[in-house]
Design a protein around this ligand. Sequence first.
Ligand SMILES: NC(=O)c1ccc[n+]([C@@H]2O[C@H](COP(=O)([O-])OP(=O)(O)OC[C@H]3O[C@@H](n4cnc5c(N)ncnc54)[C@H](O)[C@@H]3O)[C@@H](O)[C@H]2O)c1
Length: 246
Amino acid sequence: MLLENKRVLITGAGRGIGRQTAIEMAKEGAVILGAGRRQAPLLEMAEQVQQLGGQSYIATMDIADYDMSKQAIDALAAEAGGIDILVHCAAIFEEAFFTDMTPEQWQRTISIDLNGAYNVIHSAIPYIIKAKGSVVSVVSQDAFYGCPGYSHYSASKAAVVGLTRTLARELGPSGVRLNCVAPGITETEMTRERIADGRESYLEKLPVGHIGQPEEIADAIVFLASEKASYITGQVIHANGGMYLG
Ligand SMILES: NC(=O)c1ccc[n+]([C@@H]2O[C@H](COP(=O)([O-])OP(=O)(O)OC[C@H]3O[C@@H](n4cnc5c(N)ncnc54)[C@H](O)[C@@H]3O)[C@@H](O)[C@H]2O)c1
């Protein structure tokens, strides 16, 4: 198994790509430390992990709040005895065209999608340095390709790539690797309506001929998080069916 007894903190673990990553990592022997906004979806995730014979701990947090994030991450680390791997997956995706965007809309996305990455990575990194572990941040094709109506989101995700590349250089000597996975359109609750409205037009742009499934993103995350990727740091894997060829 690729992640035997590795303690993996996953933000956004209650649903979508985060939940699927928890499941795939539990199959690889990981202990899951699941974090998210609401308890009910985290409990469902924990139940699924248990059905696979795995072990998990859960905590609710708002990643936009540094103190709350740090407290929850410290509590999870205390329960599990440490953190080896962080998968930072939580984000919001709220439409607002730039010319109409209010400062409040801009700030809300930046505070969750960009400041949230700081809050989570900064709180978890002492544990990961101690474990000489790894970090995978889930960014987006939109950071590279652009996405009308989502300038705040695209800017945040591009910033997380820059953060990752710099931390790969800062923390490489401490034995920590940091990488990103940039999904293209993937079928989750976040994108259900967009896909329902435009399935055919997405399919026309996808060389692989299908819309991405959470498992396909989770597989890239598992690989980067594991020792199979021991010579890979500061990189982005574009898991996007070929829509954008980075
Ligand atoms: N689905 C796609 O097409 C797609 C494409 C590119 C990138 N992504 C990225 O993949 C990741 C997962 O997206 P998904 O499709 O599974 O979406 P999702 O909406 O199903 O999951 C997002 C998760 O983030 C959590 N979250 C949001 N705000 C939070 C906050 N303030 N504090 C704590 N948790 C919070 C939610 O509770 C949820 O569990 C995100 O980073 C998203 O930007 C998704």
